[in-house]
Design a protein around this ligand. Structure first.
Ligand SMILES: [Mg+2]
Length: 391
């Protein structure tokens, strides 16, 4: 089936935008994809504009060839903007192909290897006692893996008289270490337990954080430092034995490769909406499998990202837990059910693997076309001396 139309929809969903991509075939069959480059949706839309010229008239089922064509179509290969655009197109093509053949997407990936996909739960609140209570509640509800999200604990990373955007890493470490020790004591060792430090530390700060924790406190440490330099993680590895969970910002198999080959991550945190869609995610999964590393996918976006991640996790042999961007102790609604009348729902701590054709999601296009993009930025944190630091 030839591709007739490629459309990009940036939509404000409250707090952030989502960039949805729809690919329609000549017979009217369509598929939905989502791009993961949050807060830079306009840049990805520009890439989609270029790719539309290449895609219309192509055979929609030739997904692997289309991936190669898009990736290698410009002289300057790679980069996060293009990878996020390719991801959305690749996911939409899988949805379209599944619908056209009457098969769930996992059937296009070799069939399913598990009956449900287990998620991990994230919590983050400034108050230590409240946080530990929330962790214990979730463990009681059956979550076998729990994570503290540092970005949601931001007010504890500074003194009360500091401005709202001030982040002091050493103060954050001093306050998080005793909380984590207490949380582990409360949870016991039947639950896997980790923290996402949201790449907010320097190498020395990350080493200090790790060395202040008793052995066995954490089952994983997610992104203590940024990931541009694998050698920095190699140095951090020499300074701690805590397993790492890295990879949510990777935009290709080539970025994942040194982390796997050099033993720099024990969990592969790939993001299907950024790494290059199903086509690239399956290859990274295979590279991880060869290094006895399980996937722990990043899944911070909307229902299309959720559904894509579920299909991916169902179809790979090496899987630990899947992220789900929902904190049930916060008041925000889980999903805009009006905009996404059909989506995959969490059932306790697990996602059931859907059996219907395609991804198993539907979008209310009337609503989609009414809502518009709004410019939105991530928090811009600074140190007390005024210098810029990571969020
Ligand atoms: Mg993270």
């Amino acid at each position: 089936m030839k591709i007739a139309k490629v459309e990009a929809f940036p939509i404000w969903v409250g707090r952030r935008n989502q960039l949805l991509v729809k690919v329609t075939g000549v017979d009217g069959t369509y598929g939905w994809g989502e791009s993961g480059l949050a807060t830079r949706e306009r840049a990805v839309m520009g890439a989609i504009d270029h790719y539309r010229e290449i895609l219309v008239g192509r055979e929609a089922f030739d997904i692997g060839a289309i991936w190669q064509l898009l990736y290698r179509s410009q002289y300057f290969e790679g980069g996060r903007v293009f990878a996020a655009a390719i991801s959305a197109v690749d996911i939409a093509l899988h949805d379209l192909k599944g619908k056209a053949l009457g098969l769930p997407v996992w059937q296009l990936l070799g069939g399913k290897q598990r009956n449900f996909v287990e998620s991990f739960a994230s919590v983050g609140t400034p108050d230590d006692d409240e946080l530990i209570e929330q962790l214990a509640t979730l463990a009681g509800e059956g979550f076998s893996c729990l994570r503290v999200a540092i970005s949601q604990r931001a007010p504890l990373a500074r003194n009360a008289d500091d401005a709202a955007d001030v982040f002091e890493p050493r103060l954050s470490i001093a306050r998080n270490v005793p909380m984590l020790i207490r949380a582990r004591e409360r949870l016991g060792h039947a639950v896997s337990f980790g923290i996402d430090y949201h790449h907010e530390l320097s190498l020395a700060e990350a080493a200090s954080f790790c060395q202040k924790l008793p052995r066995g406190t954490l089952d994983f440490l997610e992104e203590p430092i940024r990931d541009e330099t694998p050698e920095a993680y190699a140095q951090l590895r020499r300074l701690t034995e805590i397993p790492f969970a890295i990879g949510e910002e990777f935009a290709s198999k080539w970025q994942a490769l040194p982390y796997l080959q050099q033993g720099l991550t024990e969990f592969m945190r790939l993001d299907i909406c950024n790494i290059g869609g199903f086509t690239e995610a399956m290859k990274v999964a295979a590279l991880a499998e060869a290094h006895y590393v399980d996937l722990m996918p990043h899944n911070p976006l909307g229902p299309i990202c959720v559904a894509s991640s579920v299909h991916l996790c169902a179809a790979v042999p090496n899987f630990a837990w899947m992220e789900y961007n929902f904190n049930r102790f916060r008041p925000e609604p889980e999903i805009n059910a009006e905009l996404f009348p059909k989506h995959i729902r969490l059932d306790g701590p697990v996602f059931p693997v859907p059996d219907g054709p395609g991804l198993g999601i539907e979008v209310n296009e009337e609503l989609l076309r009414q809502e518009t993009f709004r410019y939105a930025e991530t928090p811009k944190l600074r140190r007390r001396d005024g210098s810029h630091t990571n969020w």
